[in-house]
Design a protein around this ligand. Structure first.
Ligand SMILES: [Zn+2]
Length: 175
């Protein structure tokens, strides 16, 4: 449910941002879009989210021009981050880092690596090796050291993320 609109919230940028990306699932959809997920069926299977909720969240993201649709090779809609959507990367990364730090053991973290450099992203979002702040397109998501046994995830996205993957490039099967 959206936050109630009140005057003090109208001028608070955090409240305004949360109205758009603060609902359950929304930032996870954005995270998956950074991982290269583009198809409705892939979001649904990877997030294990009801279709109706996913439809609603995708519509919100498209309405706010965070995602844009295009017709994919399959003839179905695909969802891609817009430049405005890509600017959510520091927020997604900050939540990843904070969550890792306090709630996720090391072997279950997905390292985020500066592509072509090999340095890991620091908490501040710059590369630990060369110091630059890579754009998400220059990052690679690496597999976890060990996949959680209990989860038993065998959806297409989980499978494809068991090898290094360049961010924002569509997740495609290995030939
Ligand atoms: Zn680097």
């Amino acid at each position: 449910m959206a936050l109630r609109r009140e005057y003090d919230k109208e001028i608070c940028p955090v409240a305004r941002s949360l109205e758009v990306v603060g609902e359950r699932w929304t930032l996870l959809i954005v995270r998956d879009a950074f991982y290269g997920v583009q198809r409705f069926t892939d979001f649904r299977a990877h997030l294990d989210i009801p279709s109706a909720v996913l439809t609603e969240r995708l519509k919100l993201l498209v309405d706010h021009e965070i995602l844009a649709t295009s017709i994919g090779t399959s003839g179905r809609d695909e969802y891609l981050l817009t430049p405005k959507g890509e600017q959510l990367w520091p927020i997604v990364w900050a939540m990843m880092h904070w969550g890792n730090e306090y709630y996720v053991t090391e072997e279950l973290r997905r390292p985020i690596v500066h592509y072509g450099c090999g340095g890991q992203l620091t908490p501040l979002g710059n590369c630990g090796r060369c110091g630059t702040v890579p754009s998400p397109r220059d990052l690679e998501v690496h597999p976890r050291a060990s996949e959680p046994k209990a989860a038993g995830r065998d959806d297409r996205v989980s499978r494809l993320l068991t090898r290094p993957h360049r961010m924002l490039e569509p997740l495609t099967e290995v030939a």
